[in-house]
Design a protein around this ligand. Structure first.
Ligand code: GLN
Length: 547
């Protein structure tokens, strides 16, 4: 039966709760335990699928096709455990389940209330698959004191009572602000935050305190005394130059030991941190730097392309180079020459995206990369843009475009080489969609197989001709243009196993130009860089020598 660690946050948001949870998961693994991480988000959206990347950062897609919070990306990157649909839930999902049950009459006429109906729904969610792992880490989104968070806090309180003693612990993440004028780290906000938690029946076992520097003994003792935790359970989380130092840094601070002590696991198995030492070494001892342009739309908020930025870092680690990413807003060169904006980069990446805005700029970026032999990686929309560029400028289909943009504009301006897919096969069953379906969850989502052409660049990159990657899109490259495009030199080097859906395209006469309909970035890990990113950065490194 799993032991449960509930992770809450206080004082302010954005303290890196997700990262702390992920790093703790990695440390428990290093001591030989199996883990699963879960995120419980108090917001009312049913899932983050329809939330703007500007507001909420990227949507992380799981193998089983759930659109989840980007923290699940951290969990996967640090533990290597593939997240599932059942690892992410929001108030919106919980309430909609409860209301569905109410409509079905499952509650037999009872009055439906937050306690017990909503809290029971949350507890049932937390317990899914509890027998599969040694530790289940559940992070509660938001900050203690938020109105939306209350049912979740109440549910974890009840949950820990339902379980035998010693099976659940609570870890609370706070901030120790530093007051320059007096040169002091202040503990009062943390004291208040813990007081707030205790008022709803939760007593933290471990305090993780973000601070700019080390926590002096005096402050540590004060926190322990006022917050009712042991002094060695006050863990300092200092700012780090890279997130991949987090497991080693938390270990040095004693986080994993404090967790095992709280569960009274003794003797504690010794940790094997070799994997994280290697990761850290690769980041801190890079030889040289490559410059990569990410030509996208959501460039104001880096979290919108979180997994891509991380996957590039992993690609750099594989090649022992630092990858310097510059975010280039595609709209800037919509109506003008792209060259002045893209010169000097060793590689160009066009990421996924939705909507027409900025797409003409992205098409120009693909053209620039093709004509100048600059390594190009097109992901999802970035692949579709490369196909449209090839169709317009090489295959002579002057009006080539995507049905997505015509659909939005209610016009027919383009010849749709990228079109709306209305049915496809997933595993053994057929999936059907209509253009007018709800926005949420109507895409080709989750893991799909692809068959790669023997001898293609992409097959050599993967070292295999059978792959499985995650998808999140509505539109597809239309297979009927394959002949024309291949004659022009753009090879369809990866297809769905039934041969109907183009998954990968590449220019045969180009050193490194690959477009993929899926999202390889979602599966990259620091200790296992994704082959496409590793080889893309290798190509960038090569082109940096030529520049
Ligand atoms: N907007 C495109 C589609 O729906 C691409 C989606 C994406 O890049 N994730 O097909």
């Amino acid at each position: 039966m799993a032991r449960f660690i509930f992770i809450t946050g206080g004082v302010v948001s954005s303290l890196g709760k997700g990262l702390a949870s992920a790093a703790l998961g990695a440390l428990l693994q290093a001591r030989g335990f199996s883990v699963r991480l879960r995120k419980l988000d108090p917001y009312l959206n049913v899932d983050p699928g329809t939330m703007s990347p500007f507001e909420h950062g990227e949507v992380f897609v799981t193998d089983d096709g759930a659109e989840t919070d980007l923290d699940l990306g951290h969990y996967e990157r640090f533990t290597g455990v593939a997240a599932r649909k059942t690892d992410s839930v929001s108030s919106g999902r919980i309430y909609s389940n409860v209301l569905e049950k109410e409509r079905r009459g499952d509650y037999l006429g009872k009055t439906i209330q937050v306690i017990p109906h909503v809290t029971n729904e949350i507890k049932d969610f937390i317990a899914i698959g509890e027998d599969e792992v040694d530790f289940m880490l559940c992070e509660i989104g938001g900050t203690v004191g938020d109105i939306e968070g209350l049912p979740f806090f109440e549910a974890i309180r009840q949950f820990s009572q339902d379980k035998p003693r010693g099976q659940c612990i609570f870890m609370h993440l706070t901030l120790l602000p530093y007051i320059k004028a007096s040169g002091e780290l202040k503990t009062k906000p943390t004291q208040h935050s813990v007081k707030e938690l205790r008022s709803i029946g939760l007593a933290p076992d471990i305090l993780v305190c973000r601070s700019e520097g080390p926590i002096p003994v005096k402050e540590r003792e004060k926190l322990a005394l006022f917050c009712n935790v042991r002094p060695d359970s006050v863990i300092a989380a200092q700012d780090l130059s890279t997130i991949y130092d987090a497991p080693l840094a938390y270990h040095a601070e004693g986080l994993d030991q404090a967790v095992l002590d709280a569960f009274q696991i003794s003797p504690a198995p010794k940790p094997d941190l070799a994997k994280w030492e290697d990761v850290s070494d690769r980041i801190h001892h890079a030889e040289g730097e490559v410059k990569v342009a990410i030509v996208g739309k959501y460039t104001q908020l880096e979290d919108a392309y979180k997994s891509i930025a991380e996957a590039l870092t992993h690609g750099g680690m594989a090649n022992r180079v630092k990858v310097k990413v510059e975010w280039v807003d595609a709209e800037v060169f919509d109506g003008e020459d792209a060259a002045p904006h893209l010169e000097g980069f060793h590689a160009i990446l066009v990421p996924g995206g939705f909507g027409e805005r900025g797409t003409e700029g992205k098409i120009k970026a693909a053209q620039y990369a093709r004509e100048n032999n600059v390594p190009y990686l097109g992901i999802c929309l970035g692949m579709q843009m490369a196909v449209i560029e090839a169709a317009r400028n090489v295959a002579g289909i002057a009006k080539a475009g995507s049905e997505e943009f015509d659909h939005e504009a209610g016009q027919k301006r383009f010849e749709p080489v990228v079109y709306h897919l209305k049915e496809w096969v997933q595993g053994n069953h057929k999936v059907e969609r209509k253009v007018g379906d709800d926005k949420g969850g109507t895409m080709r989502l989750g893991a799909y197989d692809a068959a790669l052409t023997d001898g293609s660049l992409v097959a050599s990159v993967y070292g295999s001709t059978a792959i499985e990657e995650r998808h999140r899109h509505r539109y597809e490259v239309d297979i009927k243009y394959r002949d024309k495009l291949e004659k022009a030199g753009l090879k369809f080097s990866g297809m769905s196993p039934d041969g109907r859906l183009p998954e990968i395209v590449e220019w045969s006469e180009h050193p490194w130009f690959i477009g993929v309909q899926f999202h390889p970035e979602l599966k990259s890990k620091p200790f296992e860089p994704h082959p496409l990113f590793a080889d893309f950065v290798r190509a960038a490194k090569e082109s940096s020598r030529l520049v």
